[in-house]
Every structure is written in C-alpha cells, then in structure tokens.
Design a protein around this ligand. Structure first.
Ligand SMILES: C[S@@+](CC[C@H](N)C(=O)[O-])C[C@H]1O[C@@H](n2cnc3c(N)ncnc32)[C@H](O)[C@@H]1O
Ligand code: SF4
Length: 437
C-alpha cells in the first residue's frame, strides 16, 4: 500500500470511524490503534516517511540498508551482503561486522551513490525492468524501523541475521540447490548428477548476539526439522528475547507439536510458507509434498500467528499456473493476503528460471489473468512483480539450448521419481518438439 488512506480503507471494519489523514491516527480509539499496529504491522507515521524513503531510492540507485544492519551466512559459511548478493568471503570467528574493511568500503560507496555491480547486480537487473528489488524492499523496511530517510544518520549495527546453517530437508524441490536440501543431495547421487558442496555447518547460535538482535530470518534446509533452529528458539526464550521479529520460511509439510509449542512462546513470529502450485503442480515441483497435509497445516499455522504469507517461487514450471494458485491462496490466507512472487534465480538452478519458458504469448496470456486478482488490485508489491514478469516476457527471447538442457535435466528427475511433465504441465511439454528441430 502506498498511501495511508488505501491502507486504512483496506483494513477498516464497518464500525470503525473514517480516518482520512495519517496525522489523525492518534485520535482513533485505542483498540483500533492497537489492531492496526499489532495485526497489520502499521508503524505510526510510516506513510509520510514512506514517500521520503521512496525518494531516496529513486535518487540514490546504490544505497541499500543491508550492509549496515544485516549479516547473511549460508550453509557453507560464505558471507554475503544479502541472500541475493555474490559471496564475499568465508565467515570466521574473527569476523567483525562493524570494522570489516570490505563492509566499510561498500557502505561508503552506497552512501555516495556508487553502484557495486560485482555484488549487487541481481537487484540492479530487477530494477532495470522496473521491478521492486530486494535492495528497495529491505531499505524501505529498515529505514521505516529506524525512522529516517537520511543516509548520513545510518550507523552500522548488526541487528538482522539470515544464517542458513543446515541443509537438512524433507523435500526435493526441482528448482532448489542441493546445498539447501539433503534429499536433493541423496537423489542427485542416486541419479549421478554431479554437485559440489564444501559442507561446513555454521553455528547459528554462536553467531547471533541475543542482546542486540532485532530480527532473525530463518530458511534452510527445512527449519521445522533443523535441530539448530529448535535450539535457537529455546535460546530466544531463555534470553528473554521472545519479542524479536522471527521470520521463518517453511515448506508447510511438517507442523510438529514440539516446534509449534516453541513458536507459541514467541510474540512476533512471521511465517512464510513456500507453495509453488495448486495441488498436483505443487507436488510435482515440491516433490513429494502432499497437498492435503499442506492445506491442513495452513489452518494449524493460522492458529500460531496471523502473520502468514506465501512465497511462490516463479519458475518455468508454474509461470502458466499462477492464477489458480493465487485465487486459492487468497481464499485461505489471513486477510489481507500477502503473496510474494519470488523469481527463480540464475545461479541457484539455472534450468528453471521463468524466462526460459519458450512461448511469450502463452506466458503473457496466463500472467495477465493475475490482473483480475485481489492481490494485483490491492497489493503494490504483488502488482509490481506481476508487471515486472509481463515486462520481461514482452522483450524476452528464450534460448533453445537452455530449453533443451532444461528438458534433459527435468527428465532425469521425472524418470527417477516416476512422475512426468506431460501429465502435470502439458502446456510446457508441448514445446519439447522445438528442441528437436
Ligand atoms: C531454500 S528454501 C528453505 C526454506 C524452506 N525449506 C522452504 O522451502 O520454504 C527458501 C526459499 O527459497 C526458494 N527457492 C528454492 N529454489 C530457488 C531458486 N532456484 N531460486 C529462488 N528461490 C528458490 C524456496 O521455494 C523457498 O521459498
Ligand atoms: S523444501 Fe525448501 S530447502 Fe527443501 S528442497 Fe524445497 S525449497 Fe529446497
């Protein structure tokens, strides 16, 4: 939502008074104010600040808040400015977030507006097609928390961690990296697909400073089965840090009672469910997940927190199937639904990138259906992502060699799993013939 009035009118119940101006928020009854803040994450004054932050992002195309507040360490102990940036170096016990020369160099460049394509090109590419990049999203989120749009007032303070310490996972999602899934590692070995992992579990709990941490983003692997994540939740409770923003990604297949009871003791849990298709399409992509279990678990997770969103990783496999998924999600998610369209990334598993889909007209037709959804009409971020996909497909020419390689790779998984593209996504299968010409 870009304005106070759009935001307020969307969440407003019939009996709530009108409030045209954000400056009048304080005049609302206490229970409405607290609902806005606690259930809809409203930060008082943020819409005025929002336009100043947008201005900053427009005028300074390099500045990103993440190197000032955030540490990313992956399953193999690589440090990066964020999960989308190129790796910088290995994490060691001597790493000093405040004094590190590489961090300070990039911070200076960003404040000056000097781009750092070596690390941040993924964001620049998204912005080139008018998309909203992670740089923009994260900067909006954290400058709102810091209540400033003045880069000179931003000091370095490590308060936000994304530490991926384990690849233990119960699924074999096609587009995922074996670095993130023990099941994929096992399957790749069985099929004979080479992969290279210099595996070295980082100690999530030793990296996080519980006195200063404000946000922890947990992915993996599958957090609901990772022992180190249970330890981390226990430590948050022991250290009286049940208030921190815990954002946890999960594939939604496993809501066990131990994990559920730990989560219930925290007061600021944000869950992001990864779902990539409706029913059989999800099972095909996120093998071998069971749709009934996931839909039951959505209901269980709603009892733990109202702050649930869905991350849809958009790939060559589901680019034609997003509409039915979004309509379903809008019917089951807490209102207003938050659906994040996450582009399948080059560099993780290149076979599945969405723009490898071989027919622009079909992709554009199917993507255009999304314009009819609630999310497109009401959620700026969702609309921006759909427009970005449409924009790239309007200019896109897919590459036959890349498409051929996709079929070769995907067939290996199909044959091993005994489930076939032709039966689940025939509209993609029909273009196999292009690769034989
Ligand atoms: C690696 S998973 C780990 C957390 C958890 N297991 C899950 O699936 O939500 C984190 C997110 O990355 C997404 N993802 C997987 N492969 C990807 C790719 N090639 N490009 C971009 N995102 C990807 C997943 O769909 C999921 O939303
Ligand atoms: S559940 Fe998450 S970590 Fe596991 S294979 Fe799927 S995307 Fe990767």
């Amino acid at each position: 939502m870009s304005s106070w009035i759009d935001f307020y009118n969307t969440i407003k119940a019939d009996e709530w008074p009108d409030c045209q101006n954000e400056d009048d928020f304080d005049l609302l009854p206490e229970e409405i104010k607290s609902e806005c803040i606690n259930n809809y994450n409203y930060v008082p004054g943020s819409f005025n600040l929002k336009s100043q932050i947008s201005n900053l992002l427009e005028t300074n195309k390099s500045f990103c808040v993440l190197p000032f507040v955030h540490l990313y360490v992956n399953e193999t102990n690589d440090i990066a400015y964020c999960c989308h940036a190129k790796f910088l170096k290995k994490h060691t016990p001597n790493f000093d977030f405040i004094e590190d020369d590489d961090y300070n160099d990039v911070r200076t460049k960003m404040k000056q507006g000097t781009k750092v394509p070596k690390f941040c090109n993924t964001c620049y590419e998204v912005e080139k097609h008018n998309g909203e990049s992670y740089r923009m999203l994260a900067t909006k989120e954290w400058l709102t928390k810091l209540q400033t749009s003045d880069v000179d007032k931003i000091d370095s303070k490590l308060v936000y961690y994304d530490v991926r310490n384990d690849s233990l996972c119960n699924l074999n999602c096609r587009m995922c990296d074996p670095k993130s899934s023990t099941q994929l590692q096992k399957e790749y070995k069985e099929i004979g697909i080479p992969f290279n992992i210099n595996y070295n579990k980082s100690k999530l709990n030793e990296i996080v400073n519980y006195d200063t941490v404000e946000k922890i983003y947990i992915a993996g692997g599958e957090p609901t089965i990772m022992p180190e994540v249970s330890k981390l939740l226990t430590k948050c409770i022991e250290n009286n840090r049940t208030d921190l923003d815990l954002t946890l990604l999960t594939n939604g297949t496993n809501v066990n009672s131990k994990f559920e009871s730990l989560l219930r003791q925290l007061t600021n849990v944000n869950l992001t469910l990864s779902i990539d298709g409706y029913d059989e399409v999800n099972r095909y992509i996120r093998w071998p997940s069971d749709w009934k279990t996931i839909t039951n678990n959505i209901e269980k997770l709603k009892q733990i927190t109202p702050r649930i969103c869905v991350n849809v990783t958009v790939s060559i496999l589901n680019i034609t199937r997003l509409y039915e998924l979004v309509k379903f999600l809008e019917s089951v998610l807490p209102n207003p639904p938050t659906i994040l369209l996450n582009e399948c990334m080059v560099g993780i598993n290149d076979y599945y990138v969405p723009f490898n889909f071989p027919n622009n007209n079909l992709a554009l037709d199917k993507l255009s259906l999304l314009k009819e959804t609630y999310s497109y009409k009401n959620e700026d971020y969702f609309k921006n992502k759909v427009d970005y996909f449409l924009n790239v497909f309007q200019q896109n020419t897919s590459n036959i060699d890349t498409l051929r390689n996709f079929f070769i790779f995907n067939d290996k998984l199909d044959n091993h799993r005994g489930i076939y593209l032709r039966d689940v996504i025939p509209e993609l299968e029909q273009f196999r013939k292009l690769t034989n010409e």
